[in-house]
Design a binder for this molecule. Sequence first.
Ligand code: FE2
Length: 258
Amino acid sequence: MIKILYLGDIVGSSGRRIIKKHLSSLKQKYAIDIVIANAENAAHGKGMTKKIYYQLCEMGIDYFTMGNHTFSKPDIYQFIEQVDNMTVPLNMEKSVEISPIIIENKKIVISNVMGEIFMHNTINSPFEIMESVLKQYPDYMHIVDIHGEATSEKIAFFYHFKNRVQLIVGTHTHVQTSDEKIVDGCGYITDLGMCGTYHSVLGRDIEEILARFLNKQRLPYKIAEGEAILHGIVAEIDEINKQCVSIKKIKIMENDQI
Ligand code: FE2
């Protein structure tokens, strides 16, 4: 069995702080083999820097998937082509060539695709790009992060690929959904949720966002401060039968004891 902890979008410093506090206890508690996280919002809510990437690796995250904000901070160009544990949506607009993550000793491929609905920098269909990954790695087990806004698109993606993929997780909305399931050996959740400030609007400062909605006022981008929440799932994959056998939601507050 391979036990995977997949963490929802890490948003800013509070997201990083709660991971630092709880990740090693979580790994121990659930006997985790692989930790994966969506980290497109890790650096002040948008993008990733070299320093933060190394900090998150040191905290115990093994692999990273990203999203529409991957390249929001140019610092990422300093290292993204040199590391083999980070992938970005394969169907997004980008100036670097990025492949899926290959975990050779476990015969696992981790892919990242982006939805087309309500997303601005998707260049082709997540369905098409996923077909090409499956064609390229036919004998591997597959884990996919579909980064998208529309629940319908993510659910449709799951039903289309469930017989060929072992685990599909949705990211981007930062709100953990309550629809985790296993169908035909594929584990699924529409959105993992986030690792970020609990009292916030998807990790951002409430007043800043309210000023936009109420007064059409654009205040400087601000990440919310305060106690953080950590969201994700623990899934178990039976590598003999190439099937996901369990999926469990994780939701922990910063001040909780594990
Ligand atoms: Fe996103």
